[in-house]
Design a binder for this molecule. Sequence first.
Ligand SMILES: [Zn+2]
Ligand SMILES: [Zn+2]
Ligand SMILES: [Zn+2]
Ligand SMILES: [Zn+2]
Length: 225
Amino acid sequence: MTNCPTVLSRGSCTVPNCAHEHNILVCEPCGFIADDANAYTGHLTSNRHKTRIAGRGITLYCPICEMNIESGTWASHKAGSNHLKQAIRKGASPDVDPEEGANDQGQKYCQLCKLAVENSKWVRHKRGTWHLKRKDFAAYQAALVDAERDKNGISTNGKLGFGIVDFTKTKKTVTRPIVLKATAANVRVRLTDSKLVSSRANMDTTLVSFILFFLANDTFILVLL
Ligand SMILES: [Zn+2]
Ligand SMILES: [Zn+2]
Ligand SMILES: [Zn+2]
Ligand SMILES: [Zn+2]
């Protein structure tokens, strides 16, 4: 099964019976979307992945020496005589944390890859496999954030939480109105499911049930019985 293109581009998919894979496997440190489970396990054992999670192979910037440093050599750079000399010259402590890499003499810093690239290789870098993979990953992450914020054009309004309901003190029903609004035109909204937090916590919810009433103007009313 191939990854669902709608999930990748929009963060979620509502296509009925969509035949694509919706459980997208990603490696965040590498900025990698696996095509399938095999590619994912293959990636986890790759040298590229091991280098990344060991914190090597990215570009850091030394604020004392004002230059890019390969992350694998940061410890030895910081302990080196040049770095100490620069720190003394500036009257600063040599014990600094590295910063994110920067555009340096003759180098461009790629934020996606966290790597400084020679100016002469920049064009080729941007067309490179790993840069493009990270670009896809960044687009997918942005789509997830959008989908989370916007629910793809649907916003919910109203207090969804019932809090703790003490049935000895309340009447038998508790209600909460919810407004579902579509921010885009021509979107039809239907609330298809609702869950109690307590049902996630595996508590006995057999005594609890919902009724969902549909009112006019996209307003639903959730009644706890
Ligand atoms: Zn899908
Ligand atoms: Zn990885
Ligand atoms: Zn330094
Ligand atoms: Zn890049």
